[in-house]
Design a protein around this ligand. Structure first.
Ligand SMILES: *Cc1c(COP(=O)(O)O)cnc(C)c1O
Length: 431
């Protein structure tokens, strides 16, 4: 499949008059269509809920769109909980799936009535110590260890992952929780990341359903939900075929009937915590070519850097690039497309065949809608970009302004030196 940007050169030339590059832009129409498809794919399950993984794209405007489709929020920190509450998502519409959790975050999650998903057996006592009494509904994160294999060879390595209870601990944990008065139970597992195959959820679900049946038999726990978490991937590479959420929903339904329904557990809710699949393809980072450099290699220097999108630097991840206005031009040049950090891994593309790029060209870096802006940092004193929403009616809405030097220095505000910095903000028009 050819990858096409959802913005055009004409659109961007207009947008940059108000919002200079770089910025992330999100496609409302794409987000809505996909959220609707997810909802339909699991409509067979009465209790189904997608808890959007807030860490992927913690923007209240985007979270609010998903809320219209019945999505809750999967939170992993205090600020993500606060954000969810601020858009009116609370109670059991919040899943708190964190690890190495500070006491005050557990306390706040409990105050909001969130479902708490424990990462470790020792957290049972830790949580009880904070709350006095455990909530009636509790979930535990399961990590069976070993490797996770699928028929196309993709696998991940849960045995190497810091998360979750072992099988033994899960059974023991359920017994302890039950003795402490917990009434409703959930199981959660995240065993493989960015899976581009319709098989992942069904294989994971079967594994969890079988454990659920045994847990019910051996501990008497009333299992109310099974949380398949995230891990459903997107086709970052051209030529890759994306997941078919309908086929995934059907695959989960098949094993649900095979394992749970035949064990008399036909009222278990299915939960998901997708981040990447919900938002990834519907965000793009728009940046401008501002330099070209011909040394041992051919470089195009752009006005975005790893601060705006860390995945290529961090994981060597592939993000497709479209040169706007040159969509049909031959990819005749081999470039490294690089940002301005003093780090040689600050490269959006290495040895990438692209059309000939001239200074002033706009480049679209694809699939930045999840784990894009949110992973950003401030190395080299670089400021985070704005986030824009391309609305269904074609209008552009600013959903987060770009950082200014004042934001960057804000945490010095109780120090004497801040006065000098403030003078600079006043003098400096770029504030
Ligand atoms: C990161 C994360 C997710 C979302 O993962 P995606 O790969 O974006 O779907 C869901 N649940 C938990 C606990 C996570 O840590």
């Amino acid at each position: 499949m050819n990858k096409k940007a959802f913005v055009t050169k004409e659109m961007i030339e207009k947008i940059v008059k108000d919002y200079p590059t770089p910025f992330h832009i999100y496609d409302e129409k794409g987000i809505r269509e996909n959220a609707q498809a997810v909802k339909e794919a699991f409509a067979w399950n009465k209790g189904f809920k997608e808890y959007f993984a807030v860490k992927a794209t913690p923007n209240p405007y985007l979270m609010q769109i998903l809320k219209e489709y019945g999505c809750g929020c999967d939170c992993s920190s205090m600020t993500e909980l606060m954000l969810s509450k601020a858009i009116g998502v609370k109670g059991s519409d919040i899943m708190f799936s964190s690890n190495e959790t500070p006491a005050e975050e557990y306390a706040y999650a409990a105050k909001l009535g969130a479902i708490i998903n424990l990462d470790d057996i020792t957290h049972i006592d830790f949580l009880e110590g904070i709350l006095g009494k455990l909530p009636e509904t509790m979930s535990c994160r399961y990590n069976p260890g070993g490797v996770f294999t699928m028929s196309n060879g993709i696998m991940d390595n849960p045995g190497d992952a810091k998360y979750g209870f072992t099988t033994e601990q899960l059974f023991e944990g359920f017994r302890i929780l039950k003795n402490k008065g917990v009434k409703n139970f959930g199981i959660h597992a995240f065993l493989a990341s960015n899976t581009v195959t319709n098989e992942y959820y069904p294989i994971l679900a079967k594994q969890l359903f079988e454990v659920a049946v045994r847990l019910k038999e051996e501990t008497g726990a009333d299992i109310r939900f099974i949380n398949l978490s995230g891990g459903v991937g997107i086709p970052y590479q051209p030529g890759q075929t994306g997941n078919d959420i309908r086929a995934i929903g059907e695959g989960v339904k098949r094993v649900y009937e095979e394992v749970l329904v035949s064990a008399g557990m036909d009222d278990v809710a299915i939960y998901t915590e997708m981040g990447r699949f919900m938002m990834g393809p519907y965000g793009e980072l728009v940046t401008k070519a501002i330099h070209e450099k011909h040394t041992h290699k051919e470089y195009i220097g752009v006005d975005a850097c790893a601060v705006h999108l860390m995945r290529p630097a961090m994981y060597g991840a592939y993000h497709h690039i479209t040169v706007l206005g040159k969509e049909d031009a031959p990819c005749s040049r081999k470039y490294d497309v690089v940002g301005s950090l003093c780090e040689n891994n600050d490269k959006f593309a290495v040895d990438r065949m692209l059309p000939e790029i001239e200074k002033g060209d706009y480049l679209v870096i694809h699939d930045t809608g999840a784990h894009g802006f949110s992973m950003g940092y401030n190395y080299n004193g670089k400021l985070k970009s704005a986030e824009l929403l391309l609305k269904e009616n074609g209008e552009i809405q600013l959903i987060r302004r770009a950082e200014t030097p004042k934001d960057y220095f804000a945490t010095f505000d109780n120090l004497e030196i801040f006065k000098n910095l403030e003078k600079e903000f006043k003098k400096n028009t770029c504030q």
